[in-house]
Design a binder for this molecule. Structure first.
Ligand SMILES: Cc1cc2nc3c(=O)[nH]c(=O)nc-3n(C[C@H](O)[C@H](O)[C@H](O)COP(=O)(O)OP(=O)(O)OC[C@H]3O[C@@H](n4cnc5c(N)ncnc54)[C@H](O)[C@@H]3O)c2cc1C
Length: 490
């Protein structure tokens, strides 16, 4: 089996019997929990669409390792066309789910580890590349969902991993055996962790030789003994327990994050991809976040839904023809297409790494994500503007359906005569979901912090922007003698 259907996928997650806690209690069956189901649906869709002839161009490809047709989420990018396919797939899935569909972190992680492991082996004669190739082949054959786990909880951000008061604040090796390593620590904000069969861990910041035990990368099944998942709360999440479709805003799909504790987790040797080679941590972090930043083209798909919802809100409110309304929709589209253009640009400018895997253009990828940290906020502001205050003050679905007062809700929440009140209420709740509710986790805060906070991109832009080259260009045009004008050479 190389491409799994949604039913098989959900069964395989059910079989894992994961150790998940929510609201202080262990969940008996995560796949049946109403708060979790929408997030599972989103990942399930990435399986079903791969089997749909209409989407196979974006959702599948041929494995360069086995020659078999595979889900594109499990592919190692072999060309700039592959990088572009990823960006287009992300937008399409954002349009279909209006949420985070959770699979790109694992793909970006596998790609980063793949190219870095090749280079570590070349220097140290280790066998990490063989290990990651074996892992990727398994992931491709079984169509496995891989959680990409980079972000440690980090404790005091001003201290390095080995300087922390509690050594477990960064994932690290606590014991070595002949057959593997034992690790302790905790990864935060893990997208889709309960919907993944495997977790791929990577270090999160630059490390010095004294941080050797923290410079580790490996993959283990998510149900490995010692792993505990503590489910992340989202704004308005308990609305999913109320049985109301309208109040949830997006009742079909949703994102998911969790805190993942590793308490003496055993990692067999063949699943280790980095262990102590501290100088390779920076390339690993940079390549992962570089790949991951254009993955935020998913937000362009979610924006498409939000722009559509804002347009409908204007229609239903009877103001669609007002010039400022049309201009706001144009502005939202302009911002959205700018994000998409950047994601495409860094993919078209991708380059081959020594491993044969392709890497996006790092500068453009960081510019892309810097826009993503801002534009969804402005698009949200404009959507809220067009929706009007009723998006946050309207009564509940139960009030709409009430025998006693439902007629008041229907009568007084009506916009234009031709549109049923319920349609207006549904659109308002969708806008609320994407800007303030569970959907905002993926659309707003994930846009800000996911794949690194804004400052992380500014550091990369400063490093890759090559200001000195630009100064030299200016000197040539201004006819300044480069050597004479350099004060430190006088
Ligand atoms: C919805 C969502 C989904 C996510 N999914 C994943 C996932 O699937 N996998 C994964 O690995 N990660 C994931 N992340 C984590 C994401 O990469 C981090 O949120 C991001 O790297 C920022 O880390 P942090 O949240 O710990 O914030 P912090 O690092 O605490 O940052 C807070 C602020 O402090 C600043 N800061 C931090 N350290 C320093 C320092 N040393 N010096 C100066 N300033 C500093 C930052 O620039 C920022 O402004 C996700 C995050 C979100 C919000």
């Amino acid at each position: 089996m190389s491409i799994r259907n949604a039913k098989d996928y959900i069964q395989s997650i059910r079989n894992l019997n994961l150790n998940v806690y929510m609201f202080g209690e262990k969940i008996k069956s995560p796949v049946d929990h109403p708060i979790i189901i929408p997030s599972l649906n989103a990942v399930a869709l990435t399986h079903d669409l791969a089997l749909d002839p209409m989407y196979e161009d974006l959702m599948t490809t041929k494995s360069h390792l086995t020659g078999e047709k595979i889900n594109f989420y499990n592919h190692i990018f072999q060309s700039t066309d592959d990088l572009v396919q990823k960006v287009k797939r992300q937008r399409m899935l954002g349009q279909k789910t209006a949420c985070c569909f959770q699979r790109c972190v694992g793909q970006d992680g596998m790609n980063a580890v793949y190219s870095v492991a090749f280079e570590v082996d070349k220097k140290y004669k280790t066998n990490y590349f063989e290990n990651i190739v074996k892992f990727v082949k398994y992931v491709q054959k079984e169509d496995i969902v891989v959680d990409g786990a980079m972000t440690d909880v980090k404790g005091d951000r001003g201290l390095s991993p080995s300087q922390q008061a509690d050594p477990d604040l960064y994932l690290h090796v606590v014991e070595r055996t002949e057959n593997g390593i034992i690790v302790n620590g905790c990864k935060a904000h893990q997208t889709g962790i309960c919907n993944s069969q495997e977790v791929l861990c990577m270090p999160t910041i630059a490390m010095k030789p004294e941080d050797k035990d923290y410079a580790i990368s490996f993959a283990v099944p998510t149900n490995t003994p010692g792993i505990t998942i503590i489910y992340g709360r989202q704004s308005c999440d308990t609305r999913k327990l109320e049985g109301s479709e309208i109040d949830v805003g997006n009742s079909m799909f949703g994102g998911q994050e969790g805190l993942v504790v590793f308490d003496h987790v055993f990692v067999p040797n063949e699943r280790i991809f980095l262990d102590g080679e501290t100088e390779f941590v920076i390339p690993l972090v940079e390549r992962f976040s570089g790949h991951h930043r254009p993955s935020y083209a998913c937000k362009c798909g979610v924006s498409d839904v939000l722009i559509g919802a804002a347009g409908l809100a204007a229609d239903y409110n009877g103001v669609a023809r007002a010039s400022h309304v049309r201009d706001k929709l144009i502005e939202m589209t302009h911002l959205n297409e700018t994000m998409f253009a950047c994601a495409l640009a860094c993919s078209y400018e991708g380059v081959e790494t020594p491993s044969g895997a392709y890497l996006i253009d790092l500068l453009l990828a960081n510019v892309c994500k810097q826009n993503v940290t801002r534009f969804p906020y402005e698009i949200s502001r404009l959507a809220e503007d067009l929706a009007g205050g009723i998006m946050v003050t309207q009564p509940s679905e139960k009030d709409l359906r009430s025998k006693e007062i439902g007629h008041y809700v229907k009568k007084y929440l009506k916009g234009v005569e031709s549109v049923p009140t319920e349609h207006r209420m549904r659109i308002m709740r969708l806008i609320e979901n994407l800007t303030l509710g569970t959907g905002a986790v993926g659309y707003r805060t994930e846009s800000l912090h996911g794949a690194g906070s804004p400052q992380a991109q500014r550091i990369m832009i400063a490093r890759l922007g090559n200001l000195e080259h630009k100064k030299r260009l200016a000197k040539v045009i201004a006819k300044i003698d480069a050597d004479e004008a350099e004060p430190d050479k006088e």
